[in-house]
Design a protein around this ligand. Sequence first.
Ligand SMILES: Cc1cc2c(cc1C)[n+](S(=O)(=O)[O-])c1c(=O)[nH]c(=O)nc-1n2C[C@H](O)[C@H](O)[C@H](O)COP(=O)(O)O
Length: 493
Amino acid sequence: MTLTGEEIAKHNSKESCWVIVHGKAYDVTEFLPEHPGGPRIILKYAGKDATEEYEPIHPPDTLDKYLPKEKHLGDVNMDTVEQDEKADDPEEQERQERIKYMPILDQCFNLMDFEAVARRVMKKTAWAYYSSGADDEITMRENHSAYHKIWFRPRVLVDVKNIDFSTTMLGTKVDIPFYVTATALGKLGHPEGECVLTRGAHKHNVIQMIPTLASCSFDEIVDARRDPQTQWMQLYVNSNREITKNIVQHAEKRGIKGLFITVDAPQLGRREKDMRSKFDDTGSNVQNSGGDNVDRSQGAARAISSFIDPSLSWKDIPWFKSITKMPIILKGVQRVEDVLLAISHGVQGVVLSNHGGRQLDTARSGIEVLAEVMPELRRLGMDKQIEIYVDGGVRRATDIIKALCLGAKGVGIGRPFLYAMSAYGLDGVNKAMQLLKDEMEMNMRLIGCTSVDQLTPDMVDTRALSSHNTGVPQDTLGLNVYDPLSGPQPQAT
Ligand SMILES: Cc1cc2c(cc1C)[n+](S(=O)(=O)[O-])c1c(=O)[nH]c(=O)nc-1n2C[C@H](O)[C@H](O)[C@H](O)COP(=O)(O)O
């Protein structure tokens, strides 16, 4: 039997809460207290069509997996459903105008250009989630500016006719030493979410790291792979270890070639842009009238991460090694002592990372930690015992080259590909990756190196890297697209 919008609208309270997703109705009344993001985010859409809010945050199989069949109420005649007043929202109309006149893809000459366009054309909540750093966003900005404190010592009169910047990562041969790092909620930026990144990674023969908190289901992203394409998986460890074990062993069965355990997020950071944009979001008329003050401090991040286990510790590493044969890499290591512990626990790699500045603010940039770690590993004769990756703030091929000169195997890149995807879809991702390849070829030539094994510490000068008070030429491009915290907004009268 097909339900009408009018019938659904009657079930708009805690006592009886029905929602519509993709043209089907669901009774989520009993599920409300179990929802990881809390009941209020659902109550905002009680009796209404929740598809637009639901889609980017939940893999497609979520309702089938977690809502009992008897709560699936059947199809809805969508012609009878009240249109969301958002459609004539002036802000949305302005955004549509900006989309109409956005720059063509050929006008994007570097990764920052994608950020500039994405900021103008993305939905506010999507831009807030992707661009957010933690607290005052000092680390997020330091990640990028740290690369400007490293200077090249180029060689000249070297035959640089033939350049080869391919390399291997965890045994996989890749065209260029970067991978697409794990970034959650890909469908906030594009209806096909992480699968767009899969296709871009395939075309450019680079590795994609699949996030635990992807919008697409894990299997959708793996099915989008075109062999012999390599994928890794990023893991947020669930307090319920049985769930984690199933996820890890399923990933191994699906041919995932690296398990990247995120270790810098026992609790997700305070991303105030994300929280602020949720605060601006109007609550449903139910909450306003029903006195349910919707929990608007729940940015997307907080709403989706309540399962993460803060008790994760070094004593869990042997258990991970007992449940999988995949190489284990710790993502989010931030000091040499922990790299030495990682080696002693027998993991295959670490990512020196501060989560793109989204976790502990005023943590050091990954590249600065790299400059601390590698000399110590070489001194101890341990630099070949582990693969070291770094991420955060990589926006130019010169950043990639600097990281390799300092000893990284490769770098992870996050936001640039999200922005390229959000603004221009797969074409944007492909263009962004090609720009990096073009820059890589040029800059390898200009520093006098023809292959990555020639990228050694003597090619760079890092004396300014750890002094945090050095002025460097203003990063105008970065500053032009930087979206400062806008502070509390005056309430609309
Ligand atoms: C931009 C971004 C980064 C996220 C990310 C989501 C976004 C939108 N998310 S998060 O929601 O939980 O914070 C993840 C994540 O799922 N897991 C993870 O390990 N890192 C996550 N990261 C961090 C990411 O893997 C890299 O460490 C970081 O993006 C590198 O910095 P750039 O963005 O400057 O390249």
